[in-house]
Design a binder for this molecule. Structure first.
Ligand SMILES: Cc1cc2nc3c(=O)[nH]c(=O)nc-3n(C[C@H](O)[C@H](O)[C@H](O)COP(=O)(O)O)c2cc1C
Ligand code: SF4
Length: 454
């Protein structure tokens, strides 16, 4: 891709026309529109009406108690988001099992604590209603996950892997002879997802997400080309666990009424045969298999999918374009956003009946509404998803819908501090815009590092 105008990692646009020029000069395909009323479009899934076309995306906060319950910080985060006006609240990754947790402070839904999750869902619903009236009912989705190779227990990595992937193994110090989980174990994981979905239903969530992205266990299986047995090798085997879980939940009487959804990678950005959605002879996306899978999911009644790319533990900028990170990407953040928006657009156009939630907008700061409206206007997704923005500026949706703009002094500045916290201590939030709560936690983390280094 050519790089003729300001295409550095940093966001330094004075106004929209400068973004427009950069998009054009760089030969990118990001669409802009001033029709912000498009965000007011309601979306219908079965009997549920999503009140607008803005979603908050899952942001794992590492703020649960040791037994997986939401804590004061969790309740605070979701109350703020609910009062912010988004039509869809896609809650963060919740573990389906003890050993499947990404860290000791990850949410984990169990028979013992599902009522705490009910309190969380009730708080979201009541706060949204208090703020916007009885008719405002945001769709709530609990993201169910098994962290696979990124499991941690008592601060130590305890990878659970289904296949070796040299590039990812090397990063985690996984040796060539590290054991793979058995097919029997994967059957048990299917059971864990079903149990968690039943509890999510009891707790009142409208939907469960069978998470298959960002390198976690189900996503890893999608590219388990080199695994033997029932879950590896050919396409049907690699998608088997995801599809079996969807079937089990769909057919289960305790889950009746739950909307089925998935957060799905369409491109791993890890070379074949270690990555999914990747061209066999280059690192470019190849969306053929992801499309085949989405067709199967559609036939099974899945009507809502949040698409994403990359692996935050491997090449983070693919997944969340940033200004400041742990390395300088070999492309501009604008190009990274373009890959997300364009790739997701290709899928939405191929599956017009599915509500696709898009990503790649937070980096555009206060100009994001025009980029999101451009995507809606051009049918590149039905719902615009924001991740980091939800932490930085939880009432951004209200400002877009009511005032037709986002406030420049409140937006996420893509500084990666929340990601740094997530990877080092699990607990994370916006250090910049929610500094009263998260700056002290960040500073303590930094002090700990200095002590360790001494
Ligand atoms: C701190 C942090 C935590 C995240 N946690 C999750 C998660 O629990 N589940 C998930 O699917 N994605 C997670 N993501 C990815 C976001 O949902 C989103 O895809 C990403 O931040 C890009 O969107 P944005 O540019 O709007 O921030 C996380 C990202 C960050 C920075
Ligand atoms: S810490 Fe705040 S400003 Fe920085 S990337 Fe995270 S959400 Fe954005």
């Amino acid at each position: 891709m050519s790089n003729t105008y300001k295409s550095t990692g940093s966001f330094n646009y004075g106004d929209l026309s400068e973004i427009e020029k950069d998009i054009e000069d760089s030969g990118l395909d990001i669409k802009l529109s001033h029709n912000l009323d498009l965000f007011k479009t309601k979306r219908k899934i079965d009997d549920f009406i999503i009140p607008n076309s803005i979603a908050s995306l899952p942001m794992e906060g590492g703020d649960a108690s040791e037994d997986g319950k939401p804590t004061e910080l969790t309740f605070r985060k979701y109350e703020r988001i609910a009062r912010g006006g988004v039509g869809l609240i896609w809650l963060e990754a919740v573990s389906v099992s003890k050993e499947g947790k990404s860290n000791d402070k990850q949410l984990w839904i169990t028979e013992e604590n599902w009522t705490d999750f009910k309190k969380l869902n009730d708080l979201i619903k009541s706060s949204a209603k208090q703020e916007f009236g009885e008719d405002h009912n945001p769709l709530t989705i609990l993201q169910l996950n098994h962290s696979g190779r990124y499991c941690k227990v008592k601060g130590k990595r305890k990878p659970i892997i289904a296949t070796h992937k040299k590039l990812l193994d090397d990063k985690l110090g996984i040796s060539k002879d590290y054991h793979l989980v058995t097919d029997e174990y994967l059957r048990e994981v299917e059971e864990d997802f079903l149990q968690a979905a039943r509890l999510a239903k009891k707790a009142g969530f409208n939907s469960v997400d069978i998470k298959s992205c960002h390198g976690y266990l189900l996503a890893e299986l999608l590219s388990a080309y080199e695994r033997g047995g029932k879950y590896g090798g050919k396409f049907e085997n690699r998608i088997k666990l995801l599809v079996d879980i969807i079937d089990r939940i769909r057919e289960d009487e305790y889950c009746k009424g739950l909307i089925l959804s998935s957060r799905l990678n369409i491109y791993d950005a890890v070379p074949y045969p270690q990555g999914w959605g990747v061209n066999k002879s280059s690192l470019n996306p190849d969306l053929n298999e992801p499309k085949e899978l989405i067709k199967i999911l559609e036939d099974k009644g899945v009507k809502l999918i949040s698409l994403t790319m990359g692996n935050p533990y491997f090449i983070p900028h693919i997944n969340k374009p940033y200004d400041i990170g742990t390395y300088t990407p070999d492309e501009s953040a604008l190009e990274s956003c373009n890959r997300l928006i364009k790739g997701i657009g290709e899928i939405q156009k191929s599956f017009p009946k599915i509500h696709i939630v898009g990503v790649g907008y937070s980096w555009f700061r206060h100009m994001a509404p025009y980029v999101g409206a451009g995507s809606l206007e051009n049918g590149l997704c039905n719902i615009i998803g924001f991740g980091r923005e939800g932490l930085a500026y939880p009432d951004f949706a209200k400002d877009i819908l009511n005032d037709g703009k986002m406030k420049k002094n409140r937006v996420c500045i893509s500084c990666s501090k929340c990601s740094e916290m997530k990877s080092k201590i699990g607990t994370c939030g916006c250090v910049i815009r929610d500094s009263e709560v998260y700056l002290p936690i960040y500073n303590d983390m930094k002090k700990g590092e200095i002590v360790k280094d001494a």
